[in-house]
Write a protein that binds this ligand. Structure first.
Ligand SMILES: Nc1ncnc2c1ncn2[C@@H]1O[C@H](COP(=O)(O)OP(=O)(O)OP(=O)(O)O)[C@@H](O)[C@H]1O
Length: 253
């Protein structure tokens, strides 16, 4: 297994935000993390990347406890795009993406062709190659998001953690980013609000409610009218799409 959570618990004061979460992300597959607002998705993703430490339980990367691995070792493997990722300095797009190469370089090593290749490929994949010389402050919200995704790809991670990566994106780029992530030969854990997109692109999904996992498995086994009613409080009809054969949700008015 690539990334595994074992009975993770994270509390703030007396409030338990992540409540005994266990799962294993399959290598090379896309795992969707679903759940209503405040159900603990972002908190869980921050535990998976080591940005937060659990009060109990552990995260394993190929069997090694994340807490025992150095920050640099983790950064070489795990890339994280946060929900409200910002970059304060007025860098060019290409400079932001180059930041993704830092975990791979020592303080005295020179910038290499391999670094350039990784940056170019990441810009290309995120659809930002044409804007590589533009200033960060001049980008739209969606372009900033794609630049952060390019930075994460330039890190050449084996695990990619994305918190609502389609936020701010127009529909073409939402589909583009999800297609891209699904096609990458790396393990990804992706928090998503659009359940139809999750059903279309994820190999498996986990559904959270009040800090706990309440359902997990392939989308067609998990996304049901009962789950939509009980967890998301919406009435809907779910059918297998005649186009892509994954579940498709019709929300009722
Ligand atoms: N640093 C913090 N201090 C206090 N409460 C926090 C903190 N971080 C998270 N929480 C609380 O934990 C709960 C879960 O938050 P989290 O951001 O993990 O949920 P989420 O599922 O990602 O939500 P959303 O879909 O709205 O992004 C929320 O009620 C939030 O207010």
């Amino acid at each position: 297994m690539s990334i595994t959570a074992e009975n993770l618990v994270w509390r703030i004061g007396s409030r338990t935000i992540v409540d005994g979460v266990s799962f294993a992300a399959e290598p090379g597959r896309m795992l969707g993390l679903l759940g209503p607002n405040g159900s603990g998705k972002t908190s869980l993703l921050r535990l998976l990347t080591g940005l937060k430490r659990p009060q109990s339980g552990r995260v394993l990367l190929d069997g090694s406890d994340l807490a025992s691995l150095g920050a640099r070792t983790v950064a070489r493997r795990v890339a994280f795009v946060e929900q409200h990722a910002t970059t304060s300095a007025n860098l060019r797009v290409v400079d932001v993406v180059r930041l993704g190469r830092f975990p791979h370089r020592s303080w005295m090593s020179r910038w290499t062709h391999a670094d350039d290749r990784a940056v170019d490929e990441a810009l290309q994949r995120a659809g930002m190659q044409d804007r590589r010389n533009e200033r960060w402050q001049s980008l739209s919200g969606g372009e900033k998001q794609r630049t952060h995704i390019a930075r994460a790809l330039a890190q050449t991670p084996t695990e990619l953690i994305l918190d609502e990566p389609t936020n701010h994106l127009d529909i073409q780029h939402q589909i583009g980013v999800l297609k891209l992530v699904a096609s990458l030969p790396i393990t990804s854990v992706v928090a998503l609000h659009d359940l139809n997109h999750a059903a279309m692109f994820c190999d498996r999904v986990i559904v959270m409610q009040q800090g706990r996992i309440v359902a997990s498995g392939p989308p067609d086994a998990v996304i049901s009218e009962t789950l939509l009613r009980e967890v998301f409080s919406v009435e809907a009809r779910v059918e297998a799409s005649p186009h892509h054969h994954r579940p498709h949700i019709h929300y009722l008015r």
